[in-house]
Design a binder for this molecule. Structure first.
Ligand code: GDD
Ligand code: MG
Length: 363
């Protein structure tokens, strides 16, 4: 069961037109990474619990057969919270199942987590990873036997001395749903985990790759980690031993520096420099002498001559006029048009369809 009920507001404008689960990450919809990870651990039956824009999630992912998975969707009439959403799907669940937060990129060893769950006889086993700043997460202290001594969701500063957080991947026994009232908004983190402390709540601590992709900076980090092979994923095979994928039918006249992934139909003009850490989606064009570094440019976008794109995300079907600079964590939403000689930087977010005239913005 994967929870994807959130609106993904912090990833706007990428999520203004496309729900977060199916936002393109490197070369596939984000959710495909999760489904491939699950499939790799033998999971063949997945339920997605959706709220916001459920139909477009379904349109992109279909019935899962392309990935060897049976994919079903449950739509909430209104957000029911993480436990409420689970309760709604109770009749579809088996005795033991996995529950996943739908916004993390990870390669946690679920097979070992399930084995530990069976060994300890837990009612719930939470995957745990260490992070530098745990304040935005569910924080855990473990007993030596792996049971949870303390769980606090988003603790106040100094409330809990631990860097171990819940990674949003759980092995659960269906009977814990007896603790959840139906048709109510219930948070599993605030109302269920605390009640299971000392009563069957265990942690599976690991050091696997883990990233919540919920902000533009993290989206870029996740992209770079995928094309550098820091996280196991299906993209690795495409990159080969030189960490450079240039699809058939792409035409690169300038220079490409790995790691980089350049999809079919891309045209890079003379003197342009692509990389390192760049993804160019299908049919992107890059003009003469432009520089693209640590950036993602999604399909159909056209970049003029003499542009500089660094540390930025440009969504599909945008236009960037000659001599413009897009840097400093800026994000252009779908269909944005930036005229010549503009500077877009300092985390600026330009919303879908916006048109900026020539020379309109400088810093
Ligand atoms: N269906 C449904 N309905 N899904 C929901 C709802 C809901 O009402 N509310 C949240 N979700 C989904 C979100 O889309 C997301 O995939 C997941 O549940 C977790 O919700 P977030 O809103 O992203 O929570 P968080 O990131 O602040 O905290 C959670 O994740 C952390 C790890 O990233 C908690 O589980 C923390 O304990 C955990 O450390
Ligand atoms: Mg989250």
């Amino acid at each position: 069961m994967i929870l994807v009920g959130g609106q993904g507001t912090r990833l706007r404008p990428l999520t203004s037109t496309i729900p977060k689960p199916v936002v393109q990450l490197v070369d596939r919809p984000f959710m495909t990474f999760m489904l491939e990870w699950l499939r790799g651990h033998g999971i063949e039956d997945v339920i997605m619990s959706c709220g916001f824009l459920a139909d477009s999630v379904r349109d992109v992912l279909g019935d899962g057969s392309a990935l060897g998975i049976r994919l079903r969707f449950v739509e909430e009439p209104e957000p029911l919270g993480t436990a409420g959403a689970l309760k709604l799907a109770e009749p579809m669940l088996e005795e033991r199942f996995l529950m996943l937060n739908g916004d993390v990129l990870t390669d946690i060893d679920l097979t070992s987590q399930i084995a530990q769950h069976e060994r300890t006889g837990a009612r719930a086993t939470l995957a745990l990873v260490p992070v530098e700043d745990p304040s935005a997460y569910g924080v855990v202290i473990l007993e030596p036997d792996g049971s949870v001594r303390d769980f606090v969701e988003k603790p106040a500063p100094g409330e809990l001395d631990s860097k171990l957080i819940s990674a949003g991947a759980y092995v659960l026994e269906r009977e814990i749903l007896d603790l959840v009232a139906p048709e109510r908004n219930v948070s599993i983190e605030r109302e269920v985990w605390p009640r299971l402390v000392g009563d069957g709540l265990y942690g599976f601590a690991c050091e696997s790759y883990w990233l919540d992709i919920g902000t533009p900076a993290r989206y870029l980090q996740g992209t770079f980690d995928i094309i550098q092979g820091n996280v196991q994923s299906g993209v690795r095979d495409r990159l080969g031993s030189d960490w450079l994928a240039i699809d058939e039918g792409a035409e690169v006249r300038g220079r490409a520096i790995p790691p980089a992934l350049i999809e079919r139909g891309v045209r890079v003009a003379e003197g342009a420099l692509i990389g390192s850490l760049v993804v160019l989606g299908e049919d992107v064009t890059i003009g003469v002498g432009s520089v693209v570094e640590r950036a993602v440019i999604l399909k159909g976008t056209e970049i003029g001559a003499g542009c500089e794109l660094r540390d930025c995300i440009v969504a599909a079907d945008c236009f960037v006029g000659a001599g413009s600079k897009i840097t400093g964590g800026a994000v252009l939403g779908e269909g944005v048009s930036i005229g010549a000689d503009n500077v877009i930087t300092r985390g600026a977010r330009i919303f879908p369809g916006v048109q900026v005239p020539d020379g309109a913005i400088a810093f």
